[in-house]
Design a protein around this ligand. Sequence first.
Ligand code: ATP
Ligand code: MG
Length: 332
Amino acid sequence: MSAKPRILSGMRSTNDRLHLGNYEGALRNWVELQDQYDMFCMVADWHVLTTAADAEVHPDIAANSLAIAKDFIAAGIDPAKSAIFRQSDVPEHAELALLLGMVVGVGKLETNPTFKEKASEVTGDHIVSYGLLGYPVLQAADILLYKPFGVPVGKDQAPHLELSRDIARSFNHLFGEVFPMFKDLIPSDESRSKLPGLDMRKMSKSYDNCIYLSDSAEETAKRIKQAYTTPTKIAKTDPGIPEGCAVCQYLKLYSPDWERQWAEDRAGERGCSQSKQELTEVLNEYLRPMRERRAGITDADVEDILQEGAKRARLVAGETMYEVRKAMKLIK
Ligand code: ATP
Ligand code: MG
């Protein structure tokens, strides 16, 4: 087994595609960290059911999970270095979630802002499930099983990670120091840790304001054409406000020439369509290696990689569970 410190992170397979925000906030860090650390990349399929268990909204989780794993590989996660696995292939996640559930107060879960928000969205005959209330316990199990050095995520996940640490502290206090604390690995640059969407709200699949990693170059061009720019900039000569313009925000991230482009936008020396055109070119160039890698992998390859990843994950998870069972005096 590798002597490198471990890193673990995951993405829910609520749909079949990751967006540029998922990449900039989390996945890009995973790719960058995989040489230095023993990286575990999880497709969190059980977590989908915390918000989508009703038959009428139930997505094809199996197909989505395969597609998300393909996105990981296309983005540059190398299965020879990193373990890519599906949560439901590693039953230790369920066992640890059950046991951690014994040390978490219901009050803490009921006051969790994400739970309150998601519970308030439940309408009609639908129920607020025990699974939704308990998703932070499952998330804590996902992380703690791997005793990671750090967890690379976007900024919105910081409170969740704090809750996982809280659960680890409670467990350690009651049963001994089984779980070491871990770091949040969140990009320091706000435009990456919380990438704006094409409408300048946070990029999120629920807002339909995304650029998807699996979009073709043409689809990307089309989406950029619809992006939000300075609303008072109608004519080319009207001054723009790059700070509030989605296209300028992306130019800052992807174009080496962004300072000149911003200055021209501000001075009314360029039109928004020119900025969109230039952004399309640099962004498509940025996404090109991902498209090339994607074209070289089949679903069957991804399934094999997931099986292999689950074996590696279960080795680590099994060791941790042995310690947990001992600490809780379930075994001698
Ligand atoms: P949902 O709309 O269902 O919340 P999402 O698009 O926000 O979905 P998640 O599955 O919640 O995606 O997030 C997966 C990972 O991507 C997390 O680490 C999260 O912090 C990160 N992430 C999501 N959106 C962004 C964003 N706009 N900028 C940076 N990171 C993001
Ligand atoms: Mg989210």
